[in-house]
Design a protein around this ligand. Sequence first.
Ligand code: NAD
Length: 264
Amino acid sequence: MPTAAQGSSVQGKVALVTGSTSGIGLGIALALAEQGARLMLNGFGDVEGAVALVRKHDAGARHHGADMSKPAEVEAMVRACEREHGRVDILVNNAGIQHVAPIHQFPQERWDAIIAINLSSAFHALRAALPGMRSRNWGRVINVASVHGLVASVDKSAYVAAKHGLVGLTKVAALENATTGVTVNAVCPGWVLTPLVQKQVDARAAADKVDNAEATRRLLGEKQPSMQFTTPEQIAGLCLFLCSPAADNVRGQSWALDGGWTAQ
Ligand code: NAD
């Protein structure tokens, strides 16, 4: 009986997805595993739940607990993936955090953490994984940036700076590898209803003294013309496309899935 994964372009590929115990990263990891990739997960929180979900499709899925704010741990995670799965073919730099406050009240420690986790970890992972990809002349790097890699919003200085930086890093890495089989691209979601965004919905509900549904409507209404959240499954679908042969010559792009946010 043929399975969905047979003939898939990620069948048998090794994928390392950072921040894949929740939200968008878990959605991408699940889609890759469903299509026959072998997974190395990363992230905190409900590790066992995430590993159990992914193992329904990839019985050999592993997890590495590296803290993306620590360069030595990022490198150790890549080496562990190479040791345990043989290589890294697909690297998805997804781990990210948020803090919302105006610059004059922004805690220095939150700035440092957001730059480290949302931007520098992608550099450290790329630096560690690229030699192996280049030696095999095949690789896919997908950086999960954001609409905030393309445009700004108030109170998100560190996040916007990190995501604009990630879009720039994507372009440089794509150019440096342009004559190889290694492509580097970014995906730029608008609002996606994950724990990271639910916190912002909750803050909006408290500030405006409205219920969850009204806070959600206001949040979307400000920025996202479709009035629909982008889903992790939709982002995963774009990632699968970027891993396919049709995307062999898609290089250095930052592709928005934002319900029209950046078209305004
Ligand atoms: P989430 O909070 O659901 O998941 C974040 C993941 O990162 C979790 O697995 C968490 O354990 C992990 N993580 C956090 N700090 C870490 C660290 N120091 N080391 C290792 N792992 C760590 O958030 P999400 O919404 O799924 O966000 C995932 C990515 O998507 C982030 O880069 C975020 O900026 C980006 N993004 C999210 C949205 C959105 O609307 N939710 C929109 C655009 C971009």
